[in-house]
Ligand binder design. Structure first.
Ligand code: MG
Length: 358
């Protein structure tokens, strides 16, 4: 651990100081995707099974396996969303999209997935069928195949219907260097669309919203949109999907990895009116809500207009916007410039606000 702090560039994912949150048992906040998760990863996992590849701290690992210039991107993800079906999606579409997106965030072409299913005794076959159909449909849309799988069944009461674990594999073309550690001062920060719909759709499905929002989850595979973007604008520095912990947490990770500060213009950040209303009623900040079909794009200023035009041409990028810039002062910080002319420090999400959102 001491070594981590002496060599921050080699452990970019873990180079920022985190509040220490020692507990005797696992608590729900350890699954938040925010600083408690990071602390758990650092203290239990990274300290014992860590290595340089894991320490890069990106959405997927980058492996140099071939003698030529291509690299392999590998990611894994588990899905425990509750309920299993929600407006705009279900656990099957979520499992495929989340994994495809994590591989695509390195600029890779996702090609193959694996899927492991943990089923609870008594789970309805009709629901299982519906979830597998959704997996098949989403794989077709993304152009990926499931090439290995596993099925386990546990006794009634020992799980909650179905959990799905996936892994994703894809090739990174030669010369492509995209990752959270590559943001540069002067770069622009884009977001591919409005924030928070996935969280609000799941809350509505839980009956916790209190009004009919009409909000659909944004869950979607983004690989085709990103391939179009990278074909036209190869010089992209960072791609990241702001899932658990939302935009604010993902940007904090990037600020730490790249040792830069990120300045956001509050008024430029797109949020649907009903998401804003739901947030005001429930006391949430849309900047911390999970998204499952959005991407943060960081790239040199001169490519902003072309990148926005390409992303906006995708059905998943219609509301893409430029929301901020990268600076070299105050490395590790994310600052929000509000409409009132004030500046607010945005920290990483600490504990859990919405458990089992994905
Ligand atoms: Mg991700």
């Amino acid at each position: 651990m001491e070594q981590d702090q002496k060599q921050p560039r080699q452990v970019q994912g873990l180079s920022c100081p985190l509040p220490h949150t020692h507990t005797e048992t696992v608590v729900i906040g350890h699954g938040s995707g925010g600083s408690m998760t990071q602390d758990l990863i650092r203290s239990i996992f990274q300290s014992q099974i860590g290595n340089e590849i894991l320490a890069e701290g990106n959405d997927a690992a980058r492996l140099q396996l071939f003698s030529h210039g291509e690299q392999l991107a590998v990611s894994t993800d588990s899905h425990v969303v509750s309920p299993l079906f929600f407006p705009g999606g279900d656990i099957g579409r979520l499992a495929v999209s989340g994994t495809v997106n994590d591989v695509a965030m390195l600029g890779a072409h996702p090609a193959f997935l694996t899927a492991g299913f943990i089923l609870e005794e008594g789970f309805p076959m009709a629901d299982l069928n519906r979830i597998i159909k959704s997996i098949a449909d989403t794989c077709r849309e993304a152009g990926v195949q499931i090439i290995a799988g596993d099925t386990k069944v546990v006794e009634k009461g020992k799980a909650d219907g179905i959990y799905i674990n996936t892994a994703g594999l894809g090739l990174i073309p030669e010369g492509r260097k995209i990752g959270g550690q590559f943001a540069k001062p002067g770069d622009a920060v884009l977001i591919s669309g409005t924030l928070g719909e996935h969280s609000i759709a799941v809350l509505e499905a839980r009956g916790e919203l209190g009004f009919e929002s009409g909000i659909q989850s944004d869950v979607a595979p983004l690989n085709h949109m990103l391939e179009d973007l990278l074909a036209a604008v190869p010089d992209v520095h960072v791609l990241r999907d702001p899932t658990r912990g939302g935009l604010a947490t993902s940007l904090n990770e990037i600020a730490c990895q790249s040792q830069v500060s990120i300045h956001l213009t509050e008024g430029a950040i797109p949020v649907q009116p009903n998401v804003r209303i739901a947030c005001e009623m429930l006391g949430f900040d849309p900047l911390y809500l999970a998204n499952e079909g959005k991407v943060i794009i960081i790239l040199p200023e001169e490519h902003v207009e072309l990148a926005l035009n390409i992303v906006r041409a995708s059905p998943y990028g219609k509301y893409a916007a430029r929301i901020g810039r990268i600076s070299e002062e105050n490395p590790g910080r994310v600052l929000l410039h509000t409409a009132f002319g004030t500046t607010r420090l945005l920290s990483m999400l600490a504990g859990e606000i919405l458990p089992r959102i994905c």
